[in-house]
Design a protein around this ligand. Structure first.
Ligand SMILES: C[S@@+](CC[C@H](N)C(=O)[O-])C[C@H]1O[C@@H](n2cnc3c(N)ncnc32)[C@H](O)[C@@H]1O
Length: 393
Protein backbone atom coordinates (compact mmCIF):
# COMPACT_ATOMS: atom_id res chain seq x y z
CA UNK A 1 0.00 0.00 0.00
CA UNK A 2 2.75 2.35 1.05
CA UNK A 3 4.70 1.55 -2.12
CA UNK A 4 1.67 2.09 -4.29
CA UNK A 5 1.10 5.52 -2.71
CA UNK A 6 4.76 6.37 -3.13
CA UNK A 7 4.81 5.33 -6.75
CA UNK A 8 1.71 7.45 -7.40
CA UNK A 9 3.39 10.47 -5.88
CA UNK A 10 6.55 9.81 -7.84
CA UNK A 11 4.60 9.41 -11.03
CA UNK A 12 2.74 12.68 -10.44
CA UNK A 13 6.03 14.51 -9.97
CA UNK A 14 7.49 12.77 -13.05
CA UNK A 15 4.88 14.34 -15.31
CA UNK A 16 5.11 17.66 -13.46
CA UNK A 17 8.87 17.70 -13.71
CA UNK A 18 9.02 16.75 -17.36
CA UNK A 19 11.13 19.44 -18.98
CA UNK A 20 9.73 20.94 -22.17
CA UNK A 21 11.13 23.25 -24.78
CA UNK A 22 9.09 26.45 -24.53
CA UNK A 23 8.82 29.74 -26.40
CA UNK A 24 7.87 33.17 -25.07
CA UNK A 25 6.94 35.73 -27.72
CA UNK A 26 7.39 39.49 -27.42
CA UNK A 27 7.80 42.71 -29.41
CA UNK A 28 10.92 43.46 -31.46
CA UNK A 29 13.50 45.09 -29.20
CA UNK A 30 12.29 43.49 -25.96
CA UNK A 31 13.88 40.06 -26.45
CA UNK A 32 16.79 40.71 -24.10
CA UNK A 33 14.68 42.07 -21.23
CA UNK A 34 12.32 39.11 -21.61
CA UNK A 35 15.30 36.74 -21.48
CA UNK A 36 16.42 38.43 -18.24
CA UNK A 37 12.93 38.08 -16.77
CA UNK A 38 12.94 34.37 -17.66
CA UNK A 39 16.30 33.84 -15.97
CA UNK A 40 14.96 35.60 -12.89
CA UNK A 41 12.00 33.20 -12.58
CA UNK A 42 14.32 30.19 -12.93
CA UNK A 43 13.86 29.17 -16.57
CA UNK A 44 16.57 26.98 -18.13
CA UNK A 45 18.33 27.17 -21.51
CA UNK A 46 17.22 30.77 -22.08
CA UNK A 47 18.05 31.96 -25.57
CA UNK A 48 16.82 35.18 -27.17
CA UNK A 49 15.71 35.01 -30.81
CA UNK A 50 13.71 37.29 -33.10
CA UNK A 51 10.62 38.55 -31.28
CA UNK A 52 10.79 35.49 -29.05
CA UNK A 53 12.86 33.78 -26.39
CA UNK A 54 13.41 30.02 -26.24
CA UNK A 55 13.64 28.39 -22.84
CA UNK A 56 12.89 25.15 -21.09
CA UNK A 57 10.90 24.29 -18.02
CA UNK A 58 8.19 22.02 -16.60
CA UNK A 59 4.44 22.63 -16.33
CA UNK A 60 4.99 24.79 -13.28
CA UNK A 61 7.29 27.01 -15.34
CA UNK A 62 4.57 27.35 -18.00
CA UNK A 63 2.13 28.59 -15.36
CA UNK A 64 4.72 30.82 -13.68
CA UNK A 65 5.84 32.38 -16.96
CA UNK A 66 2.26 33.30 -17.84
CA UNK A 67 1.58 34.66 -14.37
CA UNK A 68 4.71 36.69 -13.78
CA UNK A 69 6.41 37.82 -16.99
CA UNK A 70 5.86 41.50 -17.73
CA UNK A 71 7.34 41.54 -21.25
CA UNK A 72 5.91 38.34 -22.78
CA UNK A 73 2.93 38.29 -25.13
CA UNK A 74 2.38 34.51 -25.27
CA UNK A 75 3.90 31.35 -23.84
CA UNK A 76 3.86 28.60 -26.45
CA UNK A 77 4.40 24.90 -25.76
CA UNK A 78 5.60 23.18 -28.97
CA UNK A 79 4.14 19.67 -29.16
CA UNK A 80 5.28 18.49 -32.59
CA UNK A 81 7.99 19.49 -35.04
CA UNK A 82 8.05 17.95 -38.50
CA UNK A 83 8.85 18.50 -42.17
CA UNK A 84 6.23 18.63 -44.91
CA UNK A 85 6.68 18.20 -48.65
CA UNK A 86 3.03 18.42 -49.71
CA UNK A 87 -0.14 19.86 -48.22
CA UNK A 88 -1.50 16.50 -47.06
CA UNK A 89 1.61 15.89 -44.95
CA UNK A 90 0.34 18.59 -42.61
CA UNK A 91 -3.02 16.81 -42.20
CA UNK A 92 -1.27 13.47 -41.63
CA UNK A 93 1.25 14.79 -39.08
CA UNK A 94 -1.31 16.88 -37.17
CA UNK A 95 -3.55 13.79 -36.95
CA UNK A 96 -0.77 11.85 -35.20
CA UNK A 97 -0.90 14.13 -32.13
CA UNK A 98 -2.89 12.59 -29.26
CA UNK A 99 -5.31 15.52 -29.04
CA UNK A 100 -7.70 13.46 -26.90
CA UNK A 101 -5.08 13.55 -24.13
CA UNK A 102 -4.96 17.37 -24.30
CA UNK A 103 -8.66 18.27 -24.41
CA UNK A 104 -12.19 16.84 -24.54
CA UNK A 105 -14.55 16.71 -27.50
CA UNK A 106 -16.99 18.99 -25.66
CA UNK A 107 -14.40 21.81 -25.59
CA UNK A 108 -13.94 24.32 -28.40
CA UNK A 109 -10.69 25.05 -30.21
CA UNK A 110 -9.11 27.32 -32.82
CA UNK A 111 -5.95 27.09 -34.92
CA UNK A 112 -3.91 30.26 -35.51
CA UNK A 113 -1.29 30.00 -38.25
CA UNK A 114 1.75 31.88 -39.44
CA UNK A 115 2.84 30.46 -42.78
CA UNK A 116 5.95 31.35 -44.77
CA UNK A 117 5.87 28.57 -47.38
CA UNK A 118 5.11 28.17 -51.06
CA UNK A 119 3.08 25.06 -50.26
CA UNK A 120 0.23 27.19 -48.93
CA UNK A 121 -1.41 30.15 -50.66
CA UNK A 122 -2.66 31.47 -47.35
CA UNK A 123 -2.43 30.67 -43.67
CA UNK A 124 -6.19 30.03 -43.36
CA UNK A 125 -5.84 27.00 -45.58
CA UNK A 126 -3.07 25.61 -43.37
CA UNK A 127 -5.24 26.20 -40.26
CA UNK A 128 -8.07 24.34 -41.99
CA UNK A 129 -5.87 21.28 -42.60
CA UNK A 130 -4.91 21.09 -38.92
CA UNK A 131 -8.52 21.64 -37.87
CA UNK A 132 -9.68 18.76 -40.12
CA UNK A 133 -6.98 16.49 -38.73
CA UNK A 134 -8.07 17.22 -35.14
CA UNK A 135 -11.78 16.78 -35.82
CA UNK A 136 -11.24 13.55 -37.80
CA UNK A 137 -9.04 12.09 -35.06
CA UNK A 138 -11.65 12.80 -32.36
CA UNK A 139 -14.40 11.30 -34.56
CA UNK A 140 -12.33 8.17 -35.17
CA UNK A 141 -11.59 7.67 -31.50
CA UNK A 142 -14.79 8.68 -29.74
CA UNK A 143 -17.42 9.29 -32.40
CA UNK A 144 -17.69 12.87 -31.17
CA UNK A 145 -15.99 15.99 -32.44
CA UNK A 146 -15.01 19.27 -30.80
CA UNK A 147 -16.32 22.50 -32.32
CA UNK A 148 -14.29 25.38 -33.64
CA UNK A 149 -14.71 28.76 -31.94
CA UNK A 150 -12.44 31.32 -33.61
CA UNK A 151 -13.27 34.15 -31.17
CA UNK A 152 -13.13 32.61 -27.73
CA UNK A 153 -11.85 29.03 -27.93
CA UNK A 154 -11.10 26.85 -24.89
CA UNK A 155 -7.99 25.49 -26.59
CA UNK A 156 -5.79 27.72 -28.74
CA UNK A 157 -3.48 25.89 -31.16
CA UNK A 158 -0.62 27.63 -32.90
CA UNK A 159 0.81 26.51 -36.25
CA UNK A 160 4.07 27.88 -37.61
CA UNK A 161 5.37 26.90 -41.05
CA UNK A 162 8.67 28.18 -42.46
CA UNK A 163 9.39 26.56 -45.86
CA UNK A 164 9.11 22.83 -45.07
CA UNK A 165 9.48 23.07 -41.32
CA UNK A 166 6.29 22.93 -39.25
CA UNK A 167 5.75 23.40 -35.54
CA UNK A 168 2.45 22.82 -33.83
CA UNK A 169 2.25 24.38 -30.37
CA UNK A 170 -0.30 24.82 -27.64
CA UNK A 171 -0.83 28.46 -26.80
CA UNK A 172 -0.82 28.34 -23.01
CA UNK A 173 -1.80 32.01 -22.64
CA UNK A 174 -4.94 32.37 -24.76
CA UNK A 175 -5.59 36.09 -24.88
CA UNK A 176 -2.32 37.98 -25.31
CA UNK A 177 -0.58 38.62 -22.00
CA UNK A 178 -0.61 42.38 -22.60
CA UNK A 179 -4.25 42.12 -21.56
CA UNK A 180 -3.50 42.22 -17.84
CA UNK A 181 -7.11 42.87 -16.90
CA UNK A 182 -6.74 46.36 -15.39
CA UNK A 183 -7.71 48.41 -18.44
CA UNK A 184 -11.28 49.39 -17.61
CA UNK A 185 -11.37 52.25 -20.06
CA UNK A 186 -9.11 53.60 -22.75
CA UNK A 187 -8.62 56.49 -25.17
CA UNK A 188 -7.44 56.74 -28.79
CA UNK A 189 -3.77 55.84 -28.43
CA UNK A 190 -2.91 53.76 -25.36
CA UNK A 191 0.47 52.10 -25.34
CA UNK A 192 0.60 48.31 -24.93
CA UNK A 193 1.14 47.19 -21.34
CA UNK A 194 3.95 44.87 -22.49
CA UNK A 195 5.68 47.67 -24.40
CA UNK A 196 5.34 50.01 -21.39
CA UNK A 197 6.86 47.41 -19.04
CA UNK A 198 9.62 46.71 -21.58
CA UNK A 199 10.48 50.40 -21.91
CA UNK A 200 10.66 50.77 -18.13
CA UNK A 201 13.06 47.82 -17.98
CA UNK A 202 15.14 49.06 -20.93
CA UNK A 203 15.45 52.48 -19.28
CA UNK A 204 17.25 50.94 -16.31
CA UNK A 205 14.82 52.56 -13.82
CA UNK A 206 15.67 51.12 -10.43
CA UNK A 207 12.10 50.53 -9.25
CA UNK A 208 13.09 52.31 -6.06
CA UNK A 209 12.65 55.97 -6.97
CA UNK A 210 9.86 58.26 -8.12
CA UNK A 211 8.94 58.28 -11.81
CA UNK A 212 6.73 60.71 -13.71
CA UNK A 213 4.79 60.23 -16.94
CA UNK A 214 3.66 63.80 -17.79
CA UNK A 215 1.45 62.69 -20.73
CA UNK A 216 0.05 59.56 -19.10
CA UNK A 217 -3.20 59.08 -21.03
CA UNK A 218 -4.93 56.08 -19.45
CA UNK A 219 -1.93 55.60 -17.15
CA UNK A 220 -0.23 52.53 -18.63
CA UNK A 221 3.39 53.58 -18.03
CA UNK A 222 2.72 54.84 -14.49
CA UNK A 223 0.70 51.72 -13.64
CA UNK A 224 3.32 49.31 -15.00
CA UNK A 225 6.05 51.18 -13.07
CA UNK A 226 3.99 51.06 -9.87
CA UNK A 227 3.34 47.34 -10.35
CA UNK A 228 7.10 46.77 -10.67
CA UNK A 229 7.82 48.87 -7.55
CA UNK A 230 5.12 47.11 -5.49
CA UNK A 231 5.86 43.70 -7.06
CA UNK A 232 2.29 43.21 -8.25
CA UNK A 233 2.58 40.42 -10.82
CA UNK A 234 0.70 40.89 -14.11
CA UNK A 235 -1.31 37.67 -13.58
CA UNK A 236 -2.74 38.87 -10.27
CA UNK A 237 -5.44 40.86 -12.00
CA UNK A 238 -6.08 38.64 -15.01
CA UNK A 239 -9.09 36.33 -14.87
CA UNK A 240 -7.79 33.28 -16.76
CA UNK A 241 -5.15 31.64 -18.92
CA UNK A 242 -5.64 29.03 -21.63
CA UNK A 243 -3.60 26.38 -19.75
CA UNK A 244 -6.37 26.23 -17.12
CA UNK A 245 -8.56 24.47 -19.71
CA UNK A 246 -6.04 21.71 -20.47
CA UNK A 247 -6.86 18.18 -19.31
CA UNK A 248 -3.62 17.90 -17.35
CA UNK A 249 -3.97 21.30 -15.61
CA UNK A 250 -2.73 21.03 -12.03
CA UNK A 251 -4.78 23.59 -10.14
CA UNK A 252 -2.92 23.00 -6.86
CA UNK A 253 0.37 23.98 -8.51
CA UNK A 254 -1.17 27.14 -9.95
CA UNK A 255 -2.77 27.99 -6.60
CA UNK A 256 0.65 27.66 -4.95
CA UNK A 257 2.18 30.09 -7.49
CA UNK A 258 -0.65 32.56 -6.87
CA UNK A 259 -0.19 32.33 -3.11
CA UNK A 260 3.50 33.20 -3.33
CA UNK A 261 2.62 36.86 -3.85
CA UNK A 262 4.76 39.20 -1.82
CA UNK A 263 3.94 42.89 -2.27
CA UNK A 264 6.52 45.52 -1.35
CA UNK A 265 5.79 48.56 0.78
CA UNK A 266 6.52 51.50 -1.49
CA UNK A 267 7.62 54.72 0.17
CA UNK A 268 7.66 56.93 -2.94
CA UNK A 269 5.09 57.88 -5.58
CA UNK A 270 4.72 57.25 -9.26
CA UNK A 271 3.24 60.31 -10.90
CA UNK A 272 1.03 60.58 -13.95
CA UNK A 273 -0.40 63.74 -15.42
CA UNK A 274 -2.26 64.59 -18.59
CA UNK A 275 -3.95 67.57 -20.15
CA UNK A 276 -7.19 65.61 -20.51
CA UNK A 277 -9.52 65.22 -17.53
CA UNK A 278 -11.18 62.22 -19.18
CA UNK A 279 -7.84 60.43 -19.50
CA UNK A 280 -6.96 61.11 -15.87
CA UNK A 281 -10.33 59.66 -14.82
CA UNK A 282 -9.54 56.52 -16.87
CA UNK A 283 -6.04 56.30 -15.44
CA UNK A 284 -7.43 56.57 -11.93
CA UNK A 285 -9.85 53.65 -12.48
CA UNK A 286 -7.14 51.56 -14.14
CA UNK A 287 -4.62 52.17 -11.34
CA UNK A 288 -7.17 51.13 -8.71
CA UNK A 289 -7.95 47.94 -10.62
CA UNK A 290 -4.22 47.21 -10.97
CA UNK A 291 -3.84 47.30 -7.15
CA UNK A 292 -1.55 50.35 -7.30
CA UNK A 293 -4.05 53.16 -6.66
CA UNK A 294 -2.22 53.93 -3.40
CA UNK A 295 1.12 54.58 -5.18
CA UNK A 296 0.08 56.32 -8.39
CA UNK A 297 -0.66 60.03 -8.02
CA UNK A 298 -2.60 61.51 -10.93
CA UNK A 299 -3.24 65.13 -11.82
CA UNK A 300 -4.61 67.13 -14.72
CA UNK A 301 -1.77 69.29 -16.06
CA UNK A 302 -0.51 70.79 -19.30
CA UNK A 303 3.18 69.86 -19.63
CA UNK A 304 3.96 73.22 -21.22
CA UNK A 305 3.00 74.88 -17.91
CA UNK A 306 3.52 72.06 -15.39
CA UNK A 307 5.54 72.69 -12.25
CA UNK A 308 8.59 70.51 -11.79
CA UNK A 309 8.08 67.90 -9.06
CA UNK A 310 11.14 68.31 -6.81
CA UNK A 311 11.17 64.64 -5.74
CA UNK A 312 11.22 63.34 -9.32
CA UNK A 313 14.29 63.10 -11.52
CA UNK A 314 13.12 60.29 -13.83
CA UNK A 315 10.56 60.96 -16.58
CA UNK A 316 9.29 58.39 -19.07
CA UNK A 317 6.55 59.14 -21.58
CA UNK A 318 5.04 58.75 -25.00
CA UNK A 319 3.80 62.05 -26.36
CA UNK A 320 1.17 62.18 -29.10
CA UNK A 321 2.52 61.11 -32.50
CA UNK A 322 1.64 62.77 -35.75
CA UNK A 323 0.20 59.61 -37.23
CA UNK A 324 -1.99 58.71 -34.31
CA UNK A 325 -2.95 61.97 -32.61
CA UNK A 326 -3.09 65.18 -34.59
CA UNK A 327 -1.39 67.47 -32.05
CA UNK A 328 1.97 65.71 -32.62
CA UNK A 329 3.49 68.56 -34.59
CA UNK A 330 6.94 70.17 -34.63
CA UNK A 331 6.04 73.02 -32.28
CA UNK A 332 4.72 70.57 -29.72
CA UNK A 333 7.98 68.59 -29.68
CA UNK A 334 10.02 71.79 -29.60
CA UNK A 335 8.00 72.75 -26.48
CA UNK A 336 8.88 69.38 -24.86
CA UNK A 337 12.59 69.95 -25.59
CA UNK A 338 12.48 73.50 -24.26
CA UNK A 339 10.69 72.47 -21.02
CA UNK A 340 13.10 69.60 -20.42
CA UNK A 341 16.18 71.73 -21.04
CA UNK A 342 15.18 74.70 -18.92
CA UNK A 343 13.19 73.15 -16.06
CA UNK A 344 14.47 69.61 -15.47
CA UNK A 345 18.24 69.82 -15.11
CA UNK A 346 19.66 66.89 -13.16
CA UNK A 347 16.91 64.58 -14.48
CA UNK A 348 16.80 61.80 -17.04
CA UNK A 349 13.91 61.78 -19.49
CA UNK A 350 13.07 58.79 -21.71
CA UNK A 351 10.69 59.41 -24.61
CA UNK A 352 9.26 57.08 -27.25
CA UNK A 353 8.06 58.59 -30.50
CA UNK A 354 8.73 58.55 -34.22
CA UNK A 355 12.15 59.66 -35.46
CA UNK A 356 10.50 62.53 -37.33
CA UNK A 357 8.79 63.90 -34.20
CA UNK A 358 11.84 63.45 -31.99
CA UNK A 359 13.97 65.52 -34.36
CA UNK A 360 12.02 68.58 -33.26
CA UNK A 361 12.94 68.12 -29.59
CA UNK A 362 16.28 69.78 -30.31
CA UNK A 363 18.21 67.89 -27.61
CA UNK A 364 20.99 65.37 -28.17
CA UNK A 365 19.95 61.93 -26.93
CA UNK A 366 22.37 60.00 -24.70
CA UNK A 367 21.02 56.74 -26.15
CA UNK A 368 18.44 55.58 -28.64
CA UNK A 369 16.74 52.21 -28.90
CA UNK A 370 14.68 51.23 -31.94
CA UNK A 371 11.20 49.93 -30.99
CA UNK A 372 7.80 49.57 -32.60
CA UNK A 373 4.59 50.97 -31.16
CA UNK A 374 2.06 48.82 -33.00
CA UNK A 375 3.20 48.94 -36.61
CA UNK A 376 4.80 52.36 -36.18
CA UNK A 377 8.59 52.39 -36.25
CA UNK A 378 9.74 54.39 -33.23
CA UNK A 379 12.79 55.39 -31.29
CA UNK A 380 13.04 55.24 -27.50
CA UNK A 381 15.49 57.93 -26.46
CA UNK A 382 17.19 58.98 -23.29
CA UNK A 383 17.87 62.66 -22.63
CA UNK A 384 20.30 63.47 -19.83
CA UNK A 385 19.37 66.95 -18.71
CA UNK A 386 21.87 69.35 -17.27
CA UNK A 387 22.35 73.11 -16.99
CA UNK A 388 24.29 74.90 -19.74
CA UNK A 389 26.23 73.17 -22.50
CA UNK A 390 27.43 69.56 -22.56
CA UNK A 391 31.02 70.75 -22.30
CA UNK A 392 30.36 72.58 -19.01
CA UNK A 393 29.32 69.30 -17.29
C1 LIG B 1 0.07 58.84 -26.95
S1 LIG B 1 -0.93 59.38 -25.64
C2 LIG B 1 -0.22 58.61 -24.22
C3 LIG B 1 -0.79 57.24 -24.03
C4 LIG B 1 -0.49 56.65 -22.69
N1 LIG B 1 0.89 56.22 -22.58
C5 LIG B 1 -1.43 55.50 -22.42
O1 LIG B 1 -0.99 54.36 -22.33
O2 LIG B 1 -2.65 55.70 -22.36
C6 LIG B 1 -0.42 61.05 -25.41
C7 LIG B 1 -1.14 61.76 -24.30
O3 LIG B 1 -0.61 63.08 -24.21
C8 LIG B 1 -1.63 63.92 -23.73
N2 LIG B 1 -1.25 65.33 -24.00
C9 LIG B 1 -1.28 65.99 -25.18
N3 LIG B 1 -0.81 67.24 -25.02
C10 LIG B 1 -0.46 67.37 -23.72
C11 LIG B 1 0.11 68.42 -22.93
N4 LIG B 1 0.39 69.59 -23.47
N5 LIG B 1 0.36 68.18 -21.63
C12 LIG B 1 0.06 66.99 -21.07
N6 LIG B 1 -0.50 65.96 -21.76
C13 LIG B 1 -0.74 66.14 -23.07
C14 LIG B 1 -2.86 63.44 -24.45
O4 LIG B 1 -4.03 63.82 -23.76
C15 LIG B 1 -2.64 61.93 -24.48
O5 LIG B 1 -3.29 61.31 -23.40
Amino acid sequence: MMNLELSRIKCYFCSMDKMKKLVATTYAGLEQVLAEELIQIGADDVQAARRSVYFSGNDEMVYRANYSLRTALKILVPIRNFKIFKVDDLYYQAGKIKWEEIFDSNQTFAVQSKVFSELFQNSMYASLKVKDAIVDRFRRISGQRPSVNPNNPDIQINLHIANNQCTISLDSSGESLHKRGYRLGTHDAPISEVLAAGMIKLSGWSGEEALWDPMCGSGTIAIEAAMIAKNVLPGEIRKSFAFQKWKDFKSEVFERIKNEKDHNNVSFSIYGSDISRRNIDLAYMNAEKALVGNIVQLTIADFSLAERKPEVSFLLFNPPYGERILSGDQAFYAMIGERLKHHYDGSNAWIISTNACLKSIGLKPASRIPLFNGSLQCSFRKYELYKGSEKSR
